[in-house]
Design a protein around this ligand. Structure first.
Ligand code: SAH
Ligand code: SF4
Ligand code: F3S
Length: 378
C-alpha cells in the first residue's frame, strides 16, 4: 500500500510526520510523493489559528468531489483512504466524520503510533477508525531511524504544554507537559549522529520547563553538548517566564550551541500580557533581552500576537515601542484567532478584522525596516 502524508503546522508536526513515515515504512507501507497514486492520503494538521484549519477543511472539500468515505463505499475497490491526523483530529474528534464524510481515519497527535495498524484495519474491516484517547504518549514514539533531511535533525525533548496561555489551543490538543527521559533523548541524538547528521534542534513547546528527575534544561544542554560527533545544536521554543539564570552563561560557554534565541514576547503591553496569562511583565522581557545580548551576543527573534481581545491603540503602540527598543533580528507577527477550549474564547473578539489587518501591516513594516537595517546598517 502507498501512503501520501502532507504536513501542516509547527516543527513538532514535521517531526511527528517524519517519525510516522519511519513507522509506516517499517510496517511495510510505501511512502508516495503524490496523492494521486497513493492508496491512503493523510493530513497531519494544525489547530493553532482558524486559518490553519480552514485550509484542511477546504482540502477535504476538494477531495469530496472524488467520492465518499471508504466505509460508505465498501463495494468499491481502488478508492483512497483519507486520514486526518494531528492537532485537528484531537480538536474535533469524531465530528470530523460528520463535517467531512470522505474521511476514514482520525488520529490525535498522541495516538500516532497506532496509525499503521489502524490503516490495515480499515482495509480489512471496511470501517472507519478513530483514535483520540490519549493525552500523553505512553510509549516512546521516536523509535524509527528514518530522517528526511540528511543535514539537520529535530529531537523532541518534551511533548505537550501546561502553560495555558489564554489564547492557545496547544495544551488541549497536545496534552499536558510530558518530558522525555534524557536517556531516550541522548540515544536519539546518538542515532542521528550515526546517520551522519551533525546539526540538531531540541524541540518542545516550552523547552525551559524541561525537568526529568534531577535533570533540568540547562543540565540537558550540557549533556547534549558533550555528545561525541555532534557539531552544533539549538533549541525551540523558550518561554520568558521559565528562562533560568544559568541559561545565558551556559549558551555562552557551550561551544556547540548556536548563538541564537527565539523568545516569544506576544505583546508589549502589561495589561494584555496579564490577560494572556503569560506570567511575566514587559520589564522582565526587557531584562532578559539585555542579558542575552550582553552575555551571549547572538540573534534574537520573537512571536507576537496583535488584536488580542480588548487590545487598544495604546496597547498596540506599546508593542510597536518595544519592537523599536529591542530591535529583534526577526519576528513572526500573528493576528489573534479565537480558539475552542481556550479561556480567551469567552472574551469578545473585539478588534475588527480591518483593524487587525491594519495593525499587522504597521508592525510588519516596522520589523521589515529593523531587519533590513540590521542586515545592512546605514
Ligand atoms: N510554544 C510556543 C509556540 C506556540 S504556537 C510558544 O509558547 O511560544 C506559535 C505561536 O503562535 C505563538 O507563539 C503565538 O504567537 C501564536 N499563536 C498561538 N495561538 C494563537 C492564536 N489563538 N491566535 C493567534 N496567534 C496564536
Ligand atoms: Fe501555547 Fe503558551 Fe504553551 Fe506556547 S507556552 S504552547 S503559547 S500555552
Ligand atoms: Fe503545532 Fe499547530 Fe499543533 S502549532 S502543536 S501543529 S496546533
Amino acid at each position: 500500500m502507498k501512503v501520501f502524508l502532507k504536513t501542516y503546522g509547527c516543527q513538532m508536526n514535521e517531526r511527528d510526520s517524519e517519525a510516522l513515515t519511519g513507522l509506516l515504512q517499517e510496517a511495510g507501507f510505501i511512502i508516495s510523493d503524490s496523492p494521486d497514486d497513493a492508496d491512503a492520503v493523510l493530513f497531519n494538521t494544525c489547530s493553532v489559528r482558524e486559518h490553519a484549519e480552514e485550509r484542511i477543511w477546504s482540502n477535504l472539500g476538494q477531495l469530496k468531489k472524488k467520492g465518499p468515505s471508504l466505509s460508505l463505499r465498501i463495494n468499491h475497490a481502488n478508492k483512497k483512504i483519507i486520514g486526518v491526523i494531528g492537532c485537528m483530529a484531537q480538536n474535533y474528534k469524531d465530528e470530523i466524520f460528520k463535517r467531512a464524510p470522505i474521511v476514514d481515519l482520525v488520529v490525535g497527535p498522541n495516538d500516532l503510533l497506532s496509525v499503521p495498524i489502524l490503516i490495515k484495519n480499515i482495509v480489512k474491516e471496511k470501517s472507519r477508525a478513530l483514535a483520540v484517547s490519549t493525552m500523553e504518549r505512553e510509549q516512546d514514539f521516536y523509535v524509527s531511524n528514518f530522517r528526511e533531511n540528511k543535514n539537520h535533525a529535530y529531537v523532541v525533548i518534551s511533548e505537550g504544554c501546561s502553560n495555558f496561555c489564554s489564547y492557545c489551543v496547544v495544551p488541549y490538543v497536545r496534552g499536558r507537559l510530558h518530558c522525555r527521559n534524557p536517556q531516550d533523548i541522548l540515544d536519539e541524538v546518538k542515532r542521528t549522529i550515526e546517520l551522519g547528521i551533525k546539526d540538531v534542534t531540541l524541540l518542545g513547546q516550552n523547552v525551559n520547563s524541561y525537568k526529568f528527575e534531577g535533570i533540568d534544561f540547562v543540565k540537558l544542554l550540557r549533556m547534549v553538548n558533550d555528545m561525541e560527533g555532534l557539531k552544533n545544536f539549538s533549541f525551540l521554543t523558550s518561554h520568558p517566564k521559565d528562562v533560568s539564570k544559568e541559561l545565558f552563561p551556559m549558551m555562552r560557554d557551550l561551544e556547540k550551541i548556536k548563538k541564537s534565541l527565539h523568545l516569544p514576547v506576544q505583546s508589549g503591553s502589561d495589561r494584555i500580557l496579564k490577560m494572556m496569562n503569560r506570567g511575566y511583565a514587559v520589564s522582565h522581557y526587557r531584562k532578559l533581552a539585555e542579558e542575552y545580548r550582553k552575555t551571549v551576543g547572538g540573534l534574537l527573534s520573537t512571536d507576537v500576537i496583535i488584536g488580542f481581545p480588548s487590545e487598544t491603540e495604546e496597547d498596540f503602540k506599546k508593542t510597536c515601542g518595544l519592537f523599536k527598543e529591542i530591535q529583534f533580528d526577526s519576528a513572526y507577527i500573528f493576528k489573534y484567532s479565537s480558539r475552542p477550549h481556550t479561556e480567551a474564547q469567552n472574551l469578545s473578539d473585539s478588534v475588527s478584522v480591518e483593524e487587525k489587518e491594519k495593525r499587522h501591516k504597521i508592525l510588519l513594516d516596522l520589523q521589515k525596516n529593523i531587519s533590513k537595517n540590521k542586515r545592512c546598517p546605514k
